[in-house]
Design a binder for this molecule. Structure first.
Ligand code: 26A
Length: 344
């Protein structure tokens, strides 16, 4: 694997982020936690118009797996990454496509006839970000899209898949198609736990795909949610990461699975299946004054790791690349990296 041949195929919910700063009042009004990701309930659906009317909204390409794929492409030669997801036939979709084109991520979109492109209200308060999502077309993704000629070409060629855990709210069947493809061809299947509510409320779906995964990303809040959902008393990040690495004894990718847990500015934890010790990777220090917002930091981290794996780097080197991209993303408005490109 060295890049340039569409080695990476990602699957997720394409969303346009509508980002605001100093959004304390919106957290209060819509019952949002400062640092969380949720699907908008009926009452929260008013937030999108509300922020347009009352705030200076920055529109920026989002969708967790799409962000990660764009960030992976950042460290790879042209034509290394492709992304699958469903959008509407509207201007928002054109903006997402343009952002992917700019960064060299190939969009293999399904287009919904009736649903609009999904959007995510990103409410920044200090170093926290609250994500409130209306999936729209994203949850209309149909398994049949994976059978189109363009998708098939990408899927059959992929050396590493990346699944956004968020996709599991509606798309476990499609996720399993990619997981089984990875298993059949003995290539890598990676995934992100994405948000606490995924392991918490979509436990069955997570448990269906985790056995296929040889790299699993998460953070401290998602780890805790996973532990609770699996009746694991521990709150220790190392122990939980190890439990996820060891989850399901009788699986295919068993011997290889690694779990990588970020923890904000605290060290990142790496657990390897079947081992009794876990590994600690210090997170490079970032001057608080250089932090613009944390939207997309975890995606940039995961994208950097996956991109580095495509380049054939070791997991330790890959984590370093992930840390660099995570840090770079934090210095930008929204889930994007610096252009012109910097060496990482
Ligand atoms: C199903 N949900 C809630 C979501 C998302 C999501 N991506 C996919 N599905 N909720 C928020 N995001 C994206 O996460 C990124 C930050 O990690 C946002 O679009 C944001 O760009």
């Amino acid at each position: 694997m060295a890049g340039g041949n569409f080695e990476l195929v990602a699957l997720g919910n394409p969303l346009l982020d509508m980002q605001i700063r100093n959004g304390e009042a919106m957290l209060e009004k819509y019952g949002l936690k400062p640092n969380d990701a949720v699907l908008a309930d009926d009452k929260q659906l008013a937030i999108y118009q509300d922020i347009v009317d009352n705030y200076d909204v920055t529109y920026v390409a989002g969708g967790a797996a799409q962000n990660a794929a764009r960030c992976a492409q950042y460290v790879l030669p042209p034509n290394s990454t492709a992304y699958l997801g469903c959008v509407g036939k509207d201007d928002l979709a054109k903006q997402l496509q343009a952002a992917n084109d700019k960064e060299g991520l190939k969009s293999i979109y399904q287009f919904s006839d009736d649903a609009p492109t999904g959007s995510c209200a990103v409410v920044i308060t200090g170093h926290n970000r609250s994500l409130c999502t209306n999936l729209g077309a994203a949850e209309k993704f149909a398994k049949s899209h994976l059978e189109t000629a363009e998708a098939q070409q990408a899927i059959k060629n992929a050396k590493i898949f990346y699944l956004g855990g968020f996709f599991l709210t509606h798309g476990v069947e499609s996720a399993l198609v990619l997981a089984n493809e990875a298993k059949a061809r003995d290539v890598s299947f990676t995934m992100n736990l994405s948000a606490p509510f995924i392991p918490q409320f979509f436990t069955a779906q997570v448990d269906q795909v985790v056995p296929f995964a040889d790299v699993i990303f998460g953070n401290e809040t998602e780890a805790e949610a996973w532990a609770q959902a699996h009746n694991l008393e521990s709150k220790d990040l190392k122990q939980i990461a190890q439990a996820i690495a060891d989850y399901d004894a009788a699986t295919t990718k068993a011997e290889k699975r690694v779990v990588i847990m970020t923890n904000g500015s605290q060290p990142t934890i790496l657990a390897k299946r079947g081992e009794s010790q876990q590994y600690v990777h210090e997170t490079p220090k970032i001057n608080p004054a250089d932090i613009v917002d944390t939207n997309g930091a975890g995606d940039a981290f995961a994208g950097g790791v996956v991109g580095a794996l495509v380049l054939g780097k070791s997991i330790d080197e890959a984590i370093n690349v992930g840390h660099k991209l995570g840090g770079m993303c934090i210095g930008q408005v929204g889930p994007i990296l610096k252009f012109p490109k910097e060496d990482v």
